[in-house]
Design a protein around this ligand. Structure first.
Ligand code: ADP
Length: 531
């Protein structure tokens, strides 16, 4: 089974969030099950700087520009880097200028990625043709669509929604630029509130759709979480499933983690105490083993509910706790947490920014992690926390609900609790959860230790989920016959020339449509132009 992953991030080459962790780890887990996976991603400066030796395996013209495909291996991954300096050799993050603005041509940048993925799906590259193309999030959302446009048999497609809140919304006037014939601009196609949604394209045109936890898969069918695409998701119900993310045991393992001052395991927890002291020192907190340290490692975005935590901070401190926060994002929240640190010296420590090694220290050194997300497709930080014996305090939503067992009386009686779960997502319920945690910390340290042992014993690796993905790939009908060159049977050794276009050119005759917002629809706050 040959699978091409298509994504905009991949750990350890380039990461802004959980997507990168998944795209970096799942291929390795699939390889261990005998799958031949390659990961196609843009050759941003971060990627170019991390890839060692590369080999040119293809040159194409795509969306009007010259692009080169480079093959390399990195951390056990087989990578195909899309080298297109006019699109990707830029400072800033994969999506933003150094000033934090979206690049205005993001839709063209990622349509180029999708277009190249479709070529590989249909023509192959370097003598390799995938059976399945697995595209991730809106950045790869046009991949299944371009494959549908092809005039030859191509790989089958799976599309994974990592977060419905980011949809890649593009003005409808860009149809032609993206090579989308106007007949696909419909409510059943990729039209979204009078614009185009690249995420919707992935949902509508792929053979199978997945998201990253069973609960989020249910939530996406509701108006509360579906962000206007609940109908689209429901229409694909027969082909839609939730498969929980896992963690990369080689990167996130307290027994072997080289980023920690001290390693530890369930059998010998001394190292955790050493990490706690190092964490308290690193954040300028009173170094005191008896105080419960709560951690937050997060983007500071509305989704993550960290405004709610601010309201609970006074009680957390009053009852003896400490807080460390590592994150960046919303300027108002950054300021509010900086103010909190200034107002509670020795008790609240804040680091604004993105710091991978510090995130490992926080996971290992804290006693509990707080994740008050309003929605959370899967969430990875609670999985790392479980593995590191750091009890998660989480909102009951999405993957958080699927992975943390609340230490209520029933769970305590059966000794199966792994953390604290609260609902609904508001300050009162979060306060209650934090108070329960602090009461256990001070009042029943033996119970805390049992919860910690339960947490560390949870199977949070990738194996079970990788098996489910493989099952899904295998359930897809086989693609059509190989092109003549690869079949090599009927004496038809002449394949189409390497540059043959199997994806039809944009409909030149169709002028860009002028589109008025659909009158019958309310404006969706989710129609954020994140493309
Ligand atoms: P999301 O993808 O929505 O941001 P996830 O929980 O799925 O949330 O994944 C977040 C990933 O990003 C985790 O690997 C987490 O450790 C990491 N992360 C988030 N903020 C920071 C930060 N400020 N510094 C280092 N790592 C961070």
């Amino acid at each position: 089974m040959r699978v091409l992953f298509v994504a905009s991030e991949c750990f350890p080459l380039v990461k802004t969030g959980g997507l990168a962790d998944v795209v970096g780890a799942l291929p390795l887990a699939l390889s261990r099950l005998g799958t031949d996976v390659r990961v196609l991603l843009p050759n941003y400066p971060q990627v170019a700087g991390s890839l060692g030796r590369t080999r040119v395996i293809g040159r194409f013209r795509e969306r009007g520009g010259e692009v080169t495909l480079l093959s390399a291996t990195a951390g056990g991954l087989n990578v195909i880097a899309l080298d297109a300096p006019h699109l990707f050799d830029r400072p800033g993050t994969p999506y933003n200028t150094p000033e934090g603005q979206d690049w205005p041509d993001n839709h063209v940048r990622f349509a180029t990625l999708a277009g190249i993925a479709a070529r590989i799906a249909c023509e192959g590259v370097d003598g390799w043709r995938p059976d399945v193309v697995h595209a991730h999030d809106w950045q790869a959302g046009l991949t299944p669509f371009y494959i549908r446009l092809a005039t030859v048999p191509c790989a089958r497609t799976v599309f994974t929604i990592h977060n419905m809140a980011y949809q890649g919304v593009v003005p409808a006037t860009e149809l032609d630029t993206l090579g989308i014939p106007s007949r696909f601009y419909t409510a059943d196609g990729m039209e979204y509130w009078g614009a185009l949604s690249l995420l919707k394209s992935g949902i509508v045109y792929s053979d199978r759709v997945t998201t990253v936890s069973p609960t989020y898969a249910q939530e996406l069918r509701t108006g509360e979480f579906g962000m206007g695409l609940e109908g689209t998701v429901s229409a694909r119900a027969a082909d839609f499933s939730g498969i929980l993310n896992g963690i990369d045991d080689n990167v996130w393992n307290p027994r072997t983690d080289k980023l920690l001052p001290a390693t530890y395991s369930t059998k010998d927890m001394d190292g955790k105490a050493a990490n706690k002291a190092a964490l308290q020192a690193a954040f300028g907190l009173e170094v005191n083993p008896t105080r419960p340290v709560f951690a937050v490692i997060s983007r500071l975005a509305y989704q993550k509910g960290l405004d709610i935590l601010l309201a609970v901070l006074p009680e957390l401190i009053e009852r003896g706790g400490q807080l460390v926060l590592l994150g960046s994002g919303d300027p108002d929240l950054q300021r509010a947490y900086m103010d909190a640190a200034a107002g509670h010296p020795g008790r609240v420590g804040v680091r604004i920014g993105y710091d991978e090694p510090l995130s490992h220290l926080a996971q290992a050194g804290a006693d509990a992690i707080i994740i008050p997300s309003r929605f959370e497709p899967c969430g990875l930080t609670q999985l790392y926390a479980l593995r590191y014996g750091t009890l998660p305090i989480v909102a009951r939503t999405g993957g958080l609900a699927d992975t943390v067992i609340d230490a209520n009386d029933a769970a305590l009686a059966r000794n199966i609790g792994t953390g604290f779960v609260f609902y609904p997502v508001n300050a009162d319920r979060l306060r209650f959860a934090v108070e329960r945690a602090i009461a256990l910390w001070y009042g029943a340290p033996d119970v805390w230790q049992r919860l910690r042992a339960n947490a560390m014993a949870q199977p949070v690796g990738w194996r079970a989920s990788a098996e489910r993905y493989l099952e899904l790939y295998r359930s897809l009908p086989a693609r059509g016959p190989e092109p003549a060159k690869e079949a090599g049977k009927n004496g038809a050794a002449k394949s189409a020339p390497a540059k043959a276009t199997v994806i039809p050119a944009p409909e030149k005759a169709a002028p860009p449509r002028k589109v008025a917002p659909a009158k019958s629809r309310k404006r969706s706050t989710a129609a954020k132009n994140d493309a």
